[in-house]
Design a protein around this ligand. Structure first.
Ligand SMILES: [Zn+2]
Ligand SMILES: [Zn+2]
Length: 246
């Protein structure tokens, strides 16, 4: 599978870069993973948005859904679209206002997922884990059926020991790292230290830090995570346009 970073900042776009959004591809299947601010413009560099097969959302904070409405308008108004094709948008149902917004008649259809589910989504099997966050949010574990390769995306989360199992042996661990070391046990986000410690405990093969802060030295953030993860696990920073082959 191939993961393309469309946006990697936490909270708000800054200096030309957008907030959380990734294109996850396997074979001919194109999945948009979160739809933060700026992701539609970035997506258009790689793919006609009409070629998306599905969208999946970790939660409904603005920095993860800001471009969802304009994506729906693209599908609604783009004359190229096959009117028979409806865009499935997978989200949790614990916020009915936002879940109902996933459906736009004749355009997109909200599809509920649940923590107990194993979602069969095209080439992927997806499982979920509720995170530590001010609003309901789910981490996702994607297993590519053809290869057995695993991507784990934390969504947004404060430290949660259960990630040690949930991310076990992941080929790529994509972790919310909004905070520098020294802010541990925050109610909403990992620190660099926590991202590294979980990567180590879970014995992941590669750690990518995302949901990055707008300010501060990102090289330091990376070094802090690398020190905690240990020398066996390469630690990288997400950046707009970066592509990870998994
Ligand atoms: Zn966020
Ligand atoms: Zn959030």
């Amino acid at each position: 599978m191939k993961l393309t970073v469309l946006g990697y900042l936490g909270a708000y776009p800054y200096d030309g870069d957008g907030t959380t959004g990734f294109l996850l591809q396997s074979g001919e299947f194109n999945l948009l993973l979160d739809a933060g601010s700026g992701t539609l413009l970035q997506l258009q560099k790689y793919l006609d948005p009409l070629a998306l097969d599905a969208v999946i959302l970790s939660h409904y904070h603005h920095d993860h859904i800001a471009d969802l409405g304009v994506l729906q308008y693209d599908w609604q108004l783009n004359p190229q679209r096959n009117q028979e094709k409806i865009l499935p948008i997978h989200g949790h149902t614990e916020d009915s206002f936002h879940f109902n917004d996933l459906t736009l008649a004749g355009v997109s259809q909200g599809q509920p997922y649940y923590e107990t589910d194993e979602l069969n989504l095209g080439p992927f099997l997806v499982t979920f884990m509720k995170t530590i966050h001010p609003v309901p949010c789910y981490a996702m574990r994607f297993v590519e059926k053809s290869s057995g390769k695993v991507l784990v995306f934390t969504g947004d989360s404060g430290y949660l020991e259960k990630f040690n199992d949930f991310a076990k042996d992941a080929d790529l661990f994509l972790a919310d790292t909004y905070l520098f070391k020294g802010n541990e046990r925050h109610k909403a986000h990992f620190t660099s230290l926590e991202a590294g410690e979980i990567a180590k405990a879970a014995e992941v093969k590669r750690l990518v830090l995302t949901h990055l802060p707008q300010f501060g030295d990102l090289k330091l953030l990376q070094a802090e995570a690398q020190a905690a993860a240990g020398p066996q696990i390469p630690v990288e920073l997400a950046a707009t346009g970066k592509i990870f082959d998994i």
